[in-house]
Design a protein around this ligand. Structure first.
Ligand SMILES: [Zn+2]
Ligand SMILES: [Zn+2]
Length: 399
């Protein structure tokens, strides 16, 4: 695997099978000029001699991946709050094909979240060519329901207070914003985040259909890691008794204005659930996310999750993260693994799998004019994959 971030002015990849949003283009000829895709077509009869050609024969050509829910990798958690940690984790994911990344917060203190935002700002400013595009921050924790906090520290969960979240949004970095829909003040939070152009999401929540409906009207339109740390009919019954009520699950499936995401690492969800989610939501409303923590690309063992002062430990068995009670505690695989797992274990067409790992998250976060697909005018963030979908080369156009 090789990351290539400096190329001649004009170059092309010839002969690969290009994965477009809606189909596969065989014998593709993808021409790049000044870091932008200039032409998407098949190999022309005459190739200009001045063009630097990369032979893509026998390879897949994919857009770089976009990850909207990711905590860390290679030993670093974004919540470590240093520019070095941000760069270490981001670069680890670049090696797994992610060219646009949204570092994700956990239920840390306000001080820890500010340190993370500061570190992201510095990492972007001092962006070397080898960093993936840090497209914004996912403000994920701390506004979780305690009952659905999962591996996040319960002590760190809190209700959204304007003065607190205002200070995060002032940085201009928050592009994805999560809050549980049963928390006091959630509707003001949703409206605030929506006005600032965020993808507004509900996660780590035990909310009912009615709470989801109010949230949706306030701008919430996405649910974090479907089936994980979210409500179902039985869990909502625990709050409201009978008659049984709809939950986040039914609300997402019933509304085509709602999108969601799946952790497709093969440990969180079985193949039939992954395929079911695609069948129900379609490739335009379902994202693949890694939800990976710092144990990605590290040996099995115990790792801190989130900021060290939280003292939340997860155990990596080499496949997935586990909490002390054996429950799932985020993932440790890169996006390329998720793509391969979907391709080998479901009947979802490859172009839909890649779309859910690139164009769909790019569209939901508003960066699809720049990245997310092999289309004319977009940045040439491209991947060459071998026949078995392992990454051969990553082409990165610095922002
Ligand atoms: Zn989570
Ligand atoms: Zn997560």
């Amino acid at each position: 695997m090789q990351v290539i971030d400096s190329m001649p002015e004009r170059w092309a990849i010839a002969g690969a099978r290009a994965i477009l949003p809606d189909r596969i283009l065989d014998d593709a000829f993808i021409e790049v000029n000044s870091g932008r895709i200039q032409r998407v077509g098949t190999i022309p009869k005459r190739i200009p001699k001045t063009l630097y050609i990369i032979d893509g024969t026998g390879k897949w050509l994919s857009p770089g991946f976009v990850d909207i829910h990711v905590h860390g990798g290679a030993g670093a958690d974004f919540m470590d709050g240093t520019p070095e940690a941000i760069a270490t984790a981001a670069v680890a994911h670049l090696h797994h094909g992610t060219t646009s990344i949204f570092p994700t917060t956990t239920t840390g203190t306000a001080k820890a979240i500010h340190a993370m935002l500061d570190a992201v700002r510095v990492a972007i400013q001092e962006c070397t060519n080898s960093l993936p595009h840090i497209a914004g921050v996912h403000l994920y924790g701390p506004y979780f329901a305690v009952a659905k906090s999962g591996c996040h520290s319960k002590a760190g969960c809190r209700t959204p207070e304007l003065s607190e979240y205002q200070s995060y949004f002032k940085t201009g970095l928050i592009k994805v914003a999560t809050c549980a829909a049963e928390l006091e003040g959630c509707l003001s939070f949703y409206r605030y985040a929506k006005r600032r152009g965020c993808l507004v999401t509900c996660g780590h929540s035990n909310s009912s259909w009615n709470e989801m409906r109010a949230a949706h009207q306030a701008g919430m339109s996405h649910v974090d890691h479907f089936w994980c740390a979210m409500s179902n009919v039985a869990s909502v019954r625990g709050r409201f008794g009978t008659p049984m009520q709809g939950s986040m699950l039914e609300f997402v499936l019933a509304h085509n204005t709602m999108s969601t995401e799946v952790i497709a690492d093969g440990c969180h969800l079985s193949p039939e659930l992954l395929q079911f989610a695609w069948q129900m939501k379609g490739p335009g409303r379902l994202c693949l996310v890694t939800d990976s923590n710092r144990a990605m690309d590290m040996p099995p063992g115990k790792y801190l999750f989130g900021h060290p002062e939280e003292q939340v430990w997860v155990e990596s068995d080499g496949q997935v993260g586990r909490a002390a009670d054996g429950g799932l505690a985020s993932a440790i695989q890169g996006m390329d693994h998720c793509v391969r797992f979907m391709a080998r274990n479901t009947e979802v067409p490859l172009h839909d799998i890649i779309r859910m790992a690139s164009l769909t998250p790019a569209t939901l976060t508003g960066i699809d004019r720049e990245v997310g697909s092999v289309e004319t005018g977009k940045r040439a963030n491209l991947l060459l994959l071998n026949r078995k979908l392992h990454i051969d080369r990553v082409f990165l156009t610095p922002s």
